[in-house]
Design a protein around this ligand. Structure first.
Ligand SMILES: [Zn+2]
Ligand SMILES: [Zn+2]
Length: 213
């Protein structure tokens, strides 16, 4: 089972509904043809112990010397530790620890994300930890959540409004600043569809091997 945790910080109850809705819509698209990836989403607050540890990590992002990358590796440790037993005891057997945090652009999380190379003006992702700090745009939530599942950017870093030659989709969600106008509906290039299909296949293989063991 592939789960993405989500968490809203310093925002309102409406934001929680917005993020949850955007991610629910995304996993619905992922479960359908041609990708067929059985991804799930979970509110971090549904696991109070894990949430407490992760909030402590996120709070450290106020410290100048503590980077977004540091937080990403510590978050990964917490998620792995807390869920390892569950993964072992289930017959699902496949787990990608990942967390998407929705926060204000002027928050310490957003500021630390923006200091990383390759951070977008809407969000950033590193080693299973994504931050989204553009509000009200579900396409940037999709973009960062897709990074959590291994999707690659489809824009040239030195000229971000130019599409990479290996992206065959004008309205690809992995473009620079994806919006309602530029993406419109669920849209992903073949390269990234293949990455996600491969992940789905890998998950199925592990599940089959576990069943047979
Ligand atoms: Zn990106
Ligand atoms: Zn693309």
């Amino acid at each position: 089972m592939i789960s993405i945790y989500w968490h809203c910080l310093g925002l309102t109850g409406n934001d929680e509904g917005f993020v949850n809705g955007a991610l629910q819509e995304l996993v619905q698209h992922l479960r359908e043809d041609p990708i067929r990836l059985p991804a799930n989403i979970k509110a971090l607050n549904d696991e109070p112990k894990v949430a407490k540890e992760i909030n402590a990590i996120l709070n450290r992002l106020c410290e100048q010397s503590y980077t977004f990358k540091d937080a990403a590796s510590h978050i990964q440790e917490v998620l792995l530790d807390s869920l390892l037993d569950r993964v072992k005891s289930s017959n699902l057997g496949f787990f990608i620890p990942s967390l998407l945090v929705y926060c204000h652009r002027d928050s310490a999380i957003a500021r630390s994300a923006l200091r990383e190379d390759g951070a977008g003006p809407w969000g950033a992702e590193c080693c299973g930890f994504a931050a989204v700090y553009e509000s009200g745009n579900k396409f940037v939530i999709w973009h960062e959540a897709l990074h959590l599942l291994g999707a690659h950017d489809c824009y040239e870093e030195d000229d971000p409004y130019r599409r990479k030659p290996d992206c065959n989709c004008n309205s690809c969600t992995m473009q620079y600043v994806p919006t309602e106008d530029t993406v419109g509906k669920w849209s992903l290039c073949d390269k990234n569809v293949k990455k996600l299909k491969d992940l789905a296949e890998e998950a199925r293989k592990v599940r089959r091997a576990k069943k047979n063991s």
